[in-house]
Design a protein. Structure first.
Length: 331
């Protein structure tokens, strides 16, 4: 026989079962989510700054930019005094011009006026040779007739030989005057021209180092010298950040590394940032590390994580600032 008390207890148990299920179900779901891990990761913005310097020292004559200014590629940044370098370039230009003129001169013969003088002398020598040849012919006939002595014949024959030799001498001189210099001389002078060109290039490089321009667009983060100060060679004058040098660093546990292959696109959010900023994973660390203090929290303390770097598009990178905390979400 079932008593009224047992029936009431059974009904009470049946009424408590739905409430227990309602309480257990969220716990199961929460446990399941915790096993899958978070979908949002903490990180920060990192900047790879470019330090712009000159290869030579000098007094800072003009600073063309200021902190916070955005500059385009090839924009003027600063100028150092360059009086000595300009003088060195002019000197190198003159030396190169002189060496080139000497090389050109070696590739030519004597001047036309000098050759014309030699040609006139050759005509005179030929006239004399013709005259002595005629005289020799007459004297040979007179010698055969007994009109002159052999001594006189020998004298006119010797004179004809001298006149003929003079013609050959002047003909050869003209040929030599029309020739260029010897090949060895031309090669030696060509080396002198190359050396002068190298000296000129070096002088021009030093002059160019006194006028420094931006190799790429970016933001001027800081200026490290003032106008009038002496800048040592190689000392940075401008500190700038190109958009392509902005990257994000965040940290994930080992179990979630498979979700972040290189090239994977992630969404980026931060306080005050515009919506729609994305980045592409560019590097995944191979060694684990403890959670960095910058993102340390009760949930992440004493956990080994892997660092991941992602780079936003250059046009969106300008919206981020180095050191700024960000949240990374898988897309």
């Amino acid at each position: 026989m079932i008593t009224a008390g047992r029936v009431g207890a059974a009904r009470a148990r049946r009424r408590r079962i739905p409430w227990a299920a309602v309480l257990v179900l969220p716990a199961i779901l929460l446990f399941s989510c915790s096993r899958n891990g978070p979908s949002t990761y903490q990180g920060y913005v990192e900047g790879e700054f470019v330090h712009v310097a000159s290869g030579v020292g000098g007094r800072l004559e003009h600073l063309s930019v200021e902190r916070g200014q955005k500059v385009e590629a090839k924009a003027a940044l600063f100028d150092l005094e360059s009086d000595q370098e300009q003088a060195a370039v002019r000197q190198a230009d003159e030396a190169l011009s002189a060496a080139g003129s000497q090389l050109a001169d070696l590739g030519k013969g004597r001047r036309r006026q000098e050759i014309e003088v030699s040609q006139s002398q050759l005509e005179q020598a030929r006239a004399a040779e013709r005259q002595s040849a005629s005289q020799l012919e007459r004297d040979e006939a007179q010698f055969a007739a007994g009109g002159i002595s052999r001594m006189q014949l020998d004298e006119i024959r010797a004179k004809h030989d001298v006149d003929a030799a003079r013609v050959r001498e002047l003909s050869g001189r003209i040929q030599v005057e029309e020739l260029t210099a010897r090949p060895d001389q031309i090669r030696a002078q060509s080396s002198q021209v190359a050396a002068a060109q190298a000296a000129r290039d070096q002088a021009q490089w030093r002059l160019d180092q006194k006028h420094v321009v931006a190799e790429q667009a970016g933001v001027i983060v800081d200026t490290l010298f003032r106008e009038g100060e002496w800048v040592p060679a190689g000392a940075p004058v401008i500190r700038m950040l190109p958009p392509a040098n902005v990257k994000l660093r965040f940290f994930v546990p080992e179990g979630r590394l498979k979700d972040f292959p290189v090239g994977r696109e992630v969404a980026v959010s931060c306080d005050g940032c515009d919506a729609g900023i994305t980045a592409a994973v560019s590097y995944v660390a191979t060694d684990p590390e403890f959670t960095p203090p910058v993102i340390y929290s009760n949930e992440n303390r004493a956990k080994l994580v892997f660092m991941i770097e992602a780079r936003p598009a250059p046009d969106r990178a300008a919206l981020l600032r180095p050191g700024q905390p960000v949240e990374i979400t898988l897309r």
